[in-house]
Design a protein around this ligand. Structure first.
Ligand code: C2O
Ligand code: CU
Length: 453
C-alpha cells in the first residue's frame, strides 16, 4: 500500500536518481518548414525546410556503441525520409524510400532506432526528392564520439554547403532543370558554413582544435585550404586514418565527404579555412586569434580504430561499373524503365546517366554477394564530368596502383575519364544503394544497388 509519505519519498528519490543509461529513451526529431536569416538585411529571411527547427538541422551527438532512437515527425508539406550517411547501419533503418522503407507521408511519424558501431563524423539527410529537399535544408551533422576522444581545446563542426538563391535570397525553386541534370549538377551562388555566410570563432594562439568538415553541397566540389594553423587529417568519412597526415596543400571535399582535422593555431591574429572559387580564395571560416602561446605541440595521435572488416583482395567477387552519359558524351542507348531508349528519348524524359547501360534503379541488384565476401568494384568514368560515388551501409577502400589499400571511405571522387577500383568487405546484409552524390545526377539516372545476403 502506498501512503502519502511513501509517495513523497518515492518522488524525491526518483528525481534524485541519475538518469539510467536506458538505450530505448526515445527522442523526437521534427521535420518542418522554417524561416532563417541567411542574407543580411534588407533581404528577407529565407524559407527553408529543417530537421529540428534550425538550418542546418539539429546536430545529433552520441557516444560510440549507443543507440540512436528517435521519432521522425514529418510536419513538412511533403513526404520525406532520413538517410544516416556513413553509418554501418541496420538495412531497415537506412532511409531509402522504395528500397528499405516507404517514404514517410506528410503528417506521419517513423521511428528510427539503430546501433552506432563506429565513432566519427557522419551526417543525416533526406533521401527523397533530394535535389529539392537537401537544397531546402534537410540535413544535419551526426557526431559519434570516441570513448577515448583526442584531447583538444575545442571540437568544431563545420557543415559546408552552397545554395542557389534567387535575387530575393530564396532557394531557387527550379530543381529539375535539364542543364543541372546533364552537366555538373546544381551548383549554388552562395557559399555557407553552418548555414552562415560569415562563420567565425574566437580562438587562442596555440589552441588545438578538432575541425569536422562535412560537405552538404548538392554537387559542388569544394577546393579548400587552411591558413594560420598547422593541420593533420585524422579521418576521412568518419573512419580514422592509421597515421595522421599533414595538410600542406589545397584539398578537395566532394558532396557528402567528410574530413576530421586536428589543427594547432599558429598565427597570432587570424586563421582561416579558405574556399577557392574561379576568381580566388575566400574566407569560408574566420578564426579570430587572441592571446595564447606559441608553444608547438607534438603531432596528434591517430584516433582509436573502429571495428575492422578485413578486405581480402585475393578472394573477391568483382563488379565492373561503366559510368556513361551526360552532356558532351551522351548515351547511345540505355535501358530505362524496362525499355531500351536512345539518348534523345532519354533526354526527353530528363534522364542522362547510366551505370552499366542502366538508367536508374530497377528491382535487380547490380550484384548479389554473401555476407563477409570481399567485393572489388572497378569503375570507369566515360563521361565529361567528375562524380562522387557513394555506397550505403559499408565503407570501402581504394585499391591503389601498387595493390595496397587507401583509407576507408564511403564517398569517392572519380574524375572525368578516370578509372578507380574500390574494395569492401560485404559484412552488412541488405540492399545498399550505390549512387552519385551529385544529387541531380542521381535524379537523372546515376544510381543502382548491391545486395548482400
Ligand atoms: Cu548521403 Cu544515398 O546518400
Ligand atoms: Cu555524378
Amino acid at each position: 500500500m502506498i501512503t502519502r509519505r511513501n509517495m513523497l519519498l518515492g518522488t524525491a528519490s526518483l528525481s534524485a536518481l541519475p538518469a539510467l543509461g536506458n538505450a530505448t529513451q526515445r527522442d523526437v526529431l521534427r521535420a518542418s518548414a522554417i524561416r532563417q536569416r541567411i542574407a543580411p538585411e534588407p533581404y528577407a529571411e529565407t524559407d527553408l525546410w529543417s530537421f529540428g527547427g534550425s538550418f542546418p538541422g539539429r546536430t545529433l551527438r552520441y557516444k560510440q556503441g549507443e543507440r540512436l532512437s528517435l521519432d521522425l515527425v514529418n510536419d513538412l508539406p511533403a513526404a520525406t525520409s532520413v538517410h544516416w550517411h556513413g553509418i554501418r547501419i541496420d538495412n531497415a533503418m537506412d532511409g531509402v524510400p522504395g528500397l528499405t522503407q516507404p517514404a514517410i507521408p506528410a503528417g506521419d511519424t517513423f521511428t528510427y532506432d539503430f546501433a552506432l558501431p563506429d565513432a566519427g563524423t557522419y551526417w543525416y539527410h533526406s533521401h527523397l526528392q533530394t535535389v529539392e529537399q537537401m537544397e531546402r535544408g534537410l540535413y544535419g551533422a551526426l557526431i559519434v564520439d570516441e570513448t577515448d576522444a583526442p584531447d583538444v581545446d575545442r571540437d568544431i563542426v563545420l557543415v559546408l554547403d552552397d545554395i542557389r538563391f534567387t535575387d530575393e535570397a530564396q532557394v531557387d525553386p527550379e530543381f529539375d532543370g535539364f542543364f543541372d541534370r546533364s552537366h555538373g549538377g546544381r551548383i549554388g551562388n552562395v557559399a555557407l558554413v553552418n548555414g552562415k555566410i560569415d562563420e567565425s570563432f574566437d580562438v587562442k594562439r596555440g589552441d588545438r582544435l578538432r575541425l569536422r568538415l562535412i560537405s552538404a553541397a548538392n554537387a559542388r566540389i569544394f577546393e579548400l585550404s587552411l591558413q594560420g594553423m598547422s593541420a593533420h587529417v585524422v579521418a576521412y568519412d568518419g573512419m580514422p586514418l592509421i597515421a595522421p597526415q599533414p595538410v600542406t596543400e589545397t584539398f578537395p571535399l566532394a558532396s557528402a565527404q567528410r574530413m576530421d582535422l586536428i589543427v594547432d593555431i599558429t598565427d597570432d591574429s587570424d586563421a582561416y579555412l579558405i574556399q577557392y572559387e574561379r576568381d580566388g580564395g575566400y574566407a569560408a571560416v574566420h578564426f579570430n586569434v587572441s592571446g595564447g602561446s606559441d608553444t608547438t605541440r607534438p603531432t596528434p595521435d591517430a584516433l582509436p580504430p573502429n571495428p575492422d572488416f578485413p578486405i581480402d583482395l585475393a578472394n573477391a567477387e568483382t563488379l565492373p561499373i561503366l559510368i556513361a552519359g551526360g552532356a558532351m558524351a551522351g548515351l547511345d542507348h540505355a535501358m530505362y524503365k524496362g525499355t531500351r531508349m536512345t539518348g534523345r528519348e532519354l533526354a526527353q524524359e530528363n534522364m542522362f546517366w547510366a551505370l552499366n547501360g542502366q538508367v536508374g534503379r530497377t528491382d535487380t541488384p547490380m550484384i548479389t554477394v554473401s555476407k563477409g565476401q570481399t567485393v572489388r568494384i572497378g569503375m570507369a568514368n566515360d563521361t565529361a564530368f567528375p562524380h562522387a560515388m557513394h555506397l550505403h551501409g559499408m565503407h570501402f577502400a581504394q585499391v591503389l596502383a601498387d595493390g595496397t589499400l587507401g583509407p576507408l571511405r564511403d564517398t569517392i571522387l572519380i574524375e572525368s575519364q578516370g578509372q578507380i577500383e574500390i574494395a569492401f568487405n560485404a559484412h552488412n546484409p541488405g540492399d545498399w544503394l550505390f549512387h552519385c552524390h551529385m544529387l541531380s545526377h542521381h535524379a537523372a539516372g546515376m544510381g543502382s544497388f548491391i545486395r548482400v545476403i
